[in-house]
Design a protein around this ligand. Structure first.
Ligand code: GAL
Length: 416
């Protein structure tokens, strides 16, 4: 009799679980080698919980294409279960009333004690969690090929722009492309924001690019930033326009180019290709930014769904994203560091260990700033406007530095 009741209970539990196992459709833009490998880790964990991962990958680094597709899905009343949405855009989606409240999972999983305050706030709308954070990317990196540097007679990674341009001259003279770049507005701005941070420092970056303070923009420091930015372009190759970021990373990997300005998702490409930091590639804070950290936190917002099974799958996805196992395996592949506090960094490489150390240090010394290029700092509409004007400046040498500054000033004044 007792065995029968036990079997019955198991059967019922199993049937409940099976009954509520559901499909979870996830919209994201992780399509490069390292990105896809990382996303596959999330798929593995969700499948392991009995749910079905429905992959909705939209190509296009930086995510602009994915956001366009997402808008049409939501407007047509057919949102995915989860989407890669970050920073201030989370607030905009939440204001539309389409995001699900994740507080039940967040409380059960103690997210408030496991997340840096700066990150927890980004994930909340009116005090309630509506998104789950995946990682902390550092954006202000320069990557390099040690063989190219050696052949060019460059002894060490540059820490200032004087050292950077001296190294770039040697690399060019040695017959290599000094700077591998992909000419797309988000990539141009990724370089630009690192330059502003390196030339002006964290406070200036915050005042000029986050607060868009006209006094900070209309300054000699901003002029110097535009001049330095334009000088970097002189070290890129003529095939750069439109190039995808991971193809620029491949140029450094293959020894065709010396340097690349890019966030540490670039490291995900090196790692996916079996390359070793310190041996096959080098990482360093972008010139002048060693005491600063531009953060970019990937996150998944969950959309309101009616089906109980789908809601269960969403909750499982949110819990999985913040779980220690996933935080470790995902970030080992993605090139970022765990967002979850007090994670052991024992398995992580020296670039990640430096990122983790600097994340903590800059949170204390005021050097921790949100990436503008990657949607962590300002309203998407304003971000798009200043990205476009900075790309126009990059692409058109007839636009003077003064005009570049004036256009940024105008965009800052025009912000809603
Ligand atoms: C960023 C995203 C990163 C990385 C990069 C290139 O915006 O946060 O995870 O994927 O774009 O696509």
């Amino acid at each position: 009799m007792r065995l029968h009741r036990i079997l019955l209970a198991c059967g019922m539990a199993l049937s409940v679980n099976l009954a509520l196992a559901a499909e979870v459709e996830v919209l994201h833009y992780w399509t490069s080698g390292g990105e896809a490998k990382s996303a596959a880790e999330l798929k593995k964990i969700i499948s392991g919980k009995g749910h079905t991962w429905k992959d909705f990958a939209v190509a296009g680094g930086g995510g602009d294409n994915a956001m366009t597709v997402l808008k049409s899905r939501v407007v047509s009343g057919n949102p995915p279960a989860a989407a890669q949405i970050k920073g201030p855009a989370i607030q905009e989606w939440a204001q539309e009333g389409v995001l699900a409240n994740l507080d039940e999972v967040a409380k059960a999983e103690k997210w408030d004690t496991l997340l840096p305050g700066v990150v927890a706030n980004v994930m909340k709308y009116k005090g309630a969690y509506v998104a789950a954070p995946v990682n902390v990317h550092r954006v202000n990196w320069v990557w390099a090929n040690p063989e190219v540097l050696k052949k060019a007679g460059v002894a060490a990674m540059p820490t200032s722009y004087d050292e950077f341009f001296a190294a770039a001259d040697k690399i060019k003279k040695a017959g290599f492309i000094a700077v591998a770049h992909g000419g797309q507005n988000w990539q141009d701005f990724t370089t630009f924001e690192s330059v502003v941070l390196g030339v002006g420092g964290a406070k200036f970056y915050q005042d000029a690019l986050v607060k868009l303070d006209p006094k900070a923009i209309d300054s000699a420091t901003m002029k110097k930033s535009f001049e330095t930015f334009r000088k970097i372009k002189g070290y890129t190759d003529s095939a750069a326009p439109g190039r995808d970021w991971n193809l620029a990373t491949a140029m450094v990997m293959q020894g065709k180019a010396g340097f690349q300005f890019m966030g540490d998702w670039a490291k995900g490409e090196f790692i996916a290709a079996g390359k070793k930091p310190g041996k096959d590639f080098l990482c360093a804070a972008a010139p002048g930014t060693a005491n600063a950290f531009t953060f970019n936190v990937d996150s998944f917002a969950m959309f309101k769904l009616k089906d109980a099974g789908a809601q269960q799958a969403q909750a499982a996805l949110a819990a999985a994203i913040m779980s220690p196992d996933f935080q470790e395996v995902f970030n080992l592949n993605k090139g970022s560091i765990p967002v979850r506090l007090n994670m052991s960094m024992a398995k992580f490489d020296d670039c990640a260990k430096l990122s983790s150390k600097d994340f903590v240090a800059t949170a204390k010394n005021g050097g921790l700033v949100p990436s503008v290029a990657h949607g962590m700092a300002i309203a998407p509409a304003t971000e798009g406007a200043i990205k476009d004007l900075v790309s126009q400046f990059w692409n058109d040498d007839k636009i003077s530095v003064d005009d570049g500054v004036k256009r940024l000033l105008a965009a800052a004044r025009a912000k809603p």
